[in-house]
Design a protein around this ligand. Structure first.
Ligand SMILES: [Ca+2]
Length: 158
């Protein structure tokens, strides 16, 4: 089902013509969760290799990167999907503080929200080598892990 929220037909300098939300807009292997299209990739890679892999899935009109999380509901849906499909395995998401210690950003450039209810208590921790963001295996909270660790990961279409 497609839901077209707004259509305008003004001059060429207008905002994008359509904003489309869809419950089934994601084509396999992407799954729709809270309006985003996510691809759960179960081959273990370190964070940078995982990011390269996701970006390699980009096409002419689709940009793919490691996944970001829009809000609590989406974080919860992503975690529930992992538990249901793959069991309690942590997964890389597209957040890091490699650019500046303690300054967490998504791959999109947006800031990662800090504290409760997103992060595991005590995370991100004070270990400067833990620069990459994963979703915790048994709680679904964000955790900061060393980027060289290998694990499954989540890509997203943008
Ligand atoms: Ca860090």
């Amino acid at each position: 089902m497609l839901v077209i929220l707004g259509i305008s037909s003004g001059d060429s300098q207008d905002q994008p013509l359509t904003t489309i939300l869809s419950a089934s807009a994601c084509t396999a292997p992407y799954v729709e969760l809270s309006g985003g299209c996510f691809y759960f990739h179960e081959t273990f890679m370190n964070w940078h290799d995982a990011r390269d892999y996701c970006r390699g899935l980009s096409g002419d009109n689709i940009s793919v990167d490691l996944a970001t999380v829009a809000d609590c509901d989406q974080a919860s849906r992503i975690y529930q999907h992992i538990i249901m499909e793959y069991g309690a395995l942590w997964h890389w998401l597209g957040g890091s503080d490699e650019g500046q210690e303690g300054n967490w950003h998504w791959v999109t450039g947006d800031s990662v929200p800090m504290g409760h209810p997103f992060w595991y208590p005590g995370h991100p921790d004070n270990y400067p080598e833990n620069n990459c963001l994963a979703i915790h295996r048994t709680t679904g909270y964000f955790v900061a892990y060393g980027c060289e660790n290998t694990g499954p990961f989540v890509c997203q279409q943008f």
